[in-house]
Design a protein around this ligand. Structure first.
Ligand SMILES: [Zn+2]
Length: 138
């Protein structure tokens, strides 16, 4: 089983859903079986966060994961300090910087769907998808 954080592109609702595999997710998505339970929209996308399942019996790997997690968090801190957060406007902002040659010293970061990132790359815009861990303060 794999857990994905899904996001509704119509009403911005984000929710977790379990799938047998990533293939099953792709299948359901293709058949338009993924429906937002809030607004019934079929514009459901996987959130950028990758699901991670820790195996209880492999402690050494869990420790290594914690190491990597720490590094990702340091990386995130660097990005937060040095890049401007544009949220869901990422694709729009990235294009305006690229096409309008808008002068911006800082880079930007935010959220974008897989399709948006693919499109930006096809337009020759230098974007990268990076691992991101959401801060959980509860
Ligand atoms: Zn919705």
């Amino acid at each position: 089983m794999i857990k994905y954080r899904l996001i509704c592109k119509n009403c911005d609702l984000s929710f977790d859903s379990w799938f047998a595999s990533s293939l099953e997710y792709d299948k359901l998505k293709k058949k338009n079986f993924l429906i937002c339970h809030n607004c019934n929209s079929k514009k459901i996308e996987k959130n950028l966060m990758a699901p991670v399942l820790l195996n209880k019996s492999k402690n050494e790997k869990n420790l290594k994961f914690k190491d990597v997690e720490k590094k990702i968090k340091e990386y995130q801190k660097f990005i937060k300090n040095n890049f401007d957060y544009v949220g869901k406007n990422f694709a729009y902002e990235a294009r305006s910087i690229h096409y309008d040659k808008k002068k911006k010293e800082k880079g930007i970061y935010g959220t974008a769907s897989k399709e948006e990132i693919k499109e930006l790359k096809e337009e020759g815009i230098n974007v990268e998808n990076i691992p991101w861990i959401e801060d959980k303060n509860n």
